[in-house]
Design a protein around this ligand. Structure first.
Ligand code: GDL
Length: 696
């Protein structure tokens, strides 16, 4: 099957050039006319030949598709179409009537033709009908007129195509535009089969790959869909699209599409980030990919890993793009502003400033000079905002390091053989965080303000996120006070990120799943957060439940036992020290807690314990905690204890102890696993309770 399609394709694509370029097909604010003109210039320079006009939220492209353009709008579109021609870019005008069109109504068909005729009169000769992201049900009138939705769409598309004189380029976007949307699958989709059988052969079909945002697009998957569509598709590539998540932007290289695909496709159009300027990398690397196999000659290389692609290296393409982009960053887009130059020996300071500019006198503050942005800054930027299914190398390293530092935080609190490694890795992590802050500073001083403004929210967000992590690691190492932002009961708004959407996400079970950060699969997701007064009831409930599980002690009934400081803390009879109360939550709610006193002497005196006992001298702090039996994973408990020990250590304490009943096997086990707690002597304990101590 695939072979006959290939033969057919070669016949067709032999005369037609490979379509390559950009779709403005995202939701949100459309690009400006100036940006589009700049795009055409870049496309021409980089060897791309097509621009598909399809801004989802442009009124007259979709919602008010029937409305003709006003004279002012017409003037702008004419200018745009002319600019595209001047740069040898094929301007394809797309319209999306699918929200409310009645296919069987002749007036509707006439309205569509009228609109496209108007655009043809503007000088446009390539067109596209889009039926993506619409209801798949037909209205009752259309149900009577057509045997299926596909038949309705194909009928109107064929008619419009012929009405426009069978343009050389005419694209159709199906409603089932990716494999994930096909029922039951691509090869058995009756929708796609109808499109393949009935759509006129001169019309090309858009396809986003296995998914809306396809991680990889394989040759096999394209052969499969081509055989159903009876033509090679034009890929609508959403790999750099970011309209679905306001916190993401993608500046990694075009990748995971083997260049072996090129001869099997009619073309590829990329639908990138909503922000125009940050698309430099997306489009530049995509253009490099398109050039990888210009003659379309097939190679007999088996490709599994795209990094092995002999014709295209995403890494090299990225460096090429970033090197060119750096020049754009460093060139000013503010014609009226003079930029300060670095003072040099043979040039008096600030000679480029206009008359009357302030020149500092001796002993006064020198004028602020911005450090120039570097290629390394841009590499870091790209790594932090890489691709939807992959973080860049530095971002991955930072996540891995933070994860390691967190899970080994007890090595920072108490001396173990891992302690030197912990501190050296914490320093490296700190350096990486510092590099992000420096990149932010240099970017925000770059002369090209338009690029900066497009990036600003994203770089601000990542800088804040990284700074929080940096402060957290410092506090784990006792190198700074536990951050008020992280632990305080009343954090600033930036200490609690993500707004309402963030709150919803944190409440969902899948939130802790980090699909980009390769990690051994976890069976449950836990959250450790600071204790707040409303947690008291839950803490007591867990304490009581765990008490009940202790075997009843007959002798305790006969002989009253001395009280435990730990029990008093858990019951709420005494309050933990500031920053010394943590809550553990899982999907079902609160499932554990950890409380501490940085100085337990006052509490010990209250219950008439010997406060001069050497045990209390060497181990003045106390920690206590419980977790419900459903928490089978020891790591969250380990994290809580590690975090608590760091806080206690930074209070200046020399040691910490805990009081545990012989029967509390699980908690004994948790402490034993840390390796730093050993049995110690402590005055005034019941005979079935032991104390474990750890020096800090
Ligand atoms: C889509 C939309 C597109 C949007 C993209 C990414 C197609 C065919 N349509 O489904 O407009 O930008 O997802 O969110 O991709």
């Amino acid at each position: 099957m695939a072979t006959s399609v290939e033969v057919q394709d070669k016949r067709r694509t032999g005369t037609k050039r490979f379509i390559s370029g950009v779709i403005e097909g995202f939701y949100g604010r459309p690009w400006t006319m100036e940006q589009r003109t700049e795009l055409f210039k870049r496309e021409q320079k980089w060897g791309l030949n097509t621009y598909l006009y399809a801004p989802k939220d442009d009124y007259k492209h979709r919602m008010y598709w029937r409305d003709l353009y006003s004279p002012e709008e017409a003037e702008q579109l004419v200018a745009l179409i002319t600019a595209a021609k001047q740069h040898n870019v094929d301007f394809i005008y797309a319209i999306s009537p699918g929200l409310d069109i009645t296919f069987s109504n002749r007036k509707e068909v006439a309205a569509l033709k009228r609109k496209l005729d108007q655009v043809r009169d503007f000088g446009c000769s390539s067109f596209s009908l889009l039926f993506d992201d619409i209801e798949t049900e037909m209205c009752p009138t259309d149900e009577q007129a057509f045997s299926s939705f596909a038949h309705a769409q194909v009928a109107i598309t064929n008619e419009v195509f012929q009405h426009l004189g069978e343009p050389e380029t005419f694209l159709f976007c199906p409603t089932d535009y990716c494999a994930a949307f096909c029922t039951p699958n691509v090869s058995q989709s009756s929708y796609l089969h109808t499109v393949g059988d009935k759509l006129l052969p001169g019309i090309d079909v858009l396809w986003t790959g296995p998914k809306v945002v396809s991680h990889k697009i394989s040759v096999k998957s394209i052969e499969e869909v081509s055989s159903v569509l009876k033509r090679a598709p034009v890929i609508w590539d959403n790999i750099h699209a970011n309209d679905y998540d306001p916190q993401r932007i993608f500046m990694g290289p075009y990748k995971d599409r083997p260049t072996e695909l090129i001869p099997k496709l009619r073309g590829v159009l990329t639908n990138p980030n909503c922000e125009f300027h940050p698309n430099f990398v997306a489009i530049h690397t995509f253009a490099t990919w398109c050039k990888a196999c210009p003659d379309g000659s097939a190679r007999d290389v088996e490709m599994g890993d795209e990094e092995q692609d002999p014709c295209y290296s995403p890494h090299k393409a990225l460096i090429l793009a970033l090197t060119d982009w750096l020049q754009v960053f460093l060139s000013t887009d503010q014609p009226t502003v003079c930029f300060r130059k670095e003072p040099s020996d043979d040039e008096p300071m600030q000679t480029d400033l206009g008359e009357g500019s302030y020149v500092p006198g001796p002993g006064e503050n020198p004028l602020y000079t911005a450090e120039p942005l570097t290629l390394d800054d841009l590499k870091l930027l790209s790594d932090l905002f890489y691709l939807p299914y992959e973080h860049g190398f530095i971002a991955r390293t930072m996540l891995q390091e933070l994860d390691w530092l967190k899970s080994h935080s007890h090595a920072a609190a108490v001396k173990t053989d891992k302690t030197p490694e912990w501190y050296s890795r914490a320093q490296r992590f700190d350096d990486m965080c510092e590099a992000v802050a420096q990149m932010f500073n240099r970017l925000s001083n770059a002369p090209n303000r338009s690029i900066l403004y497009d990036l600003y929210n994203y770089i601000c967000d990542i800088k804040s996120g990284v700074t929080l992590a940096q402060v957290y690691v410092k506090s784990l190492g006792g190198l700074g006070k536990p951050s008020a932002q992280l632990m305080g009961a009343d954090p600033e708004p930036w200490g609690f990120r993500g707004g309402l959407s963030g709150e919803f996400q944190r409440m969902l079970p899948g939130h802790g799943k980090r699909d980009l950060f390769k990690h051994p699969p976890k069976t449950a997701v836990y959250c450790i957060r600071p204790y707040c007064p409303e947690d008291q009831m839950e803490v007591q409930r867990i304490f009581m439940e765990m008490q009940r599980q202790r075997p009843s002690k007959a002798d305790a009934m006969i002989q009253p036992q001395p009280p435990l400081i730990s029990d008093m803390l858990s019951r709420g009879d005494i309050s933990p020290s500031p920053q010394c109360a943590l809550i553990l939550e899982d999907e079902m709610g609160v499932c554990g807690y950890m409380l501490a006193l940085t100085d337990a002497k006052a509490a010990a005196a209250n219950i008439q314990r010997d406060t001069g006992h050497p045990g209390l001298e060497d181990f003045p702090s106390l920690v206590t905690g419980q977790v419900l039996p459903r928490v089978s994973d020891p790591s969250p408990v380990k994290h809580m204890i590690g975090q608590m020990l760091s806080t206690i250590k930074s209070s200046g304490s020399r040691g910490v102890f805990c009081e545990l009943g012989h029967c509390e096997r699980r908690m004994l086990d948790f402490y034993a696993k840390l390796g730093s707690f050993n049995p110690i002597k402590m005055a005034g304990l019941p005979h079935d309770v032991i104390a474990l101590g750890s020096s800090l």
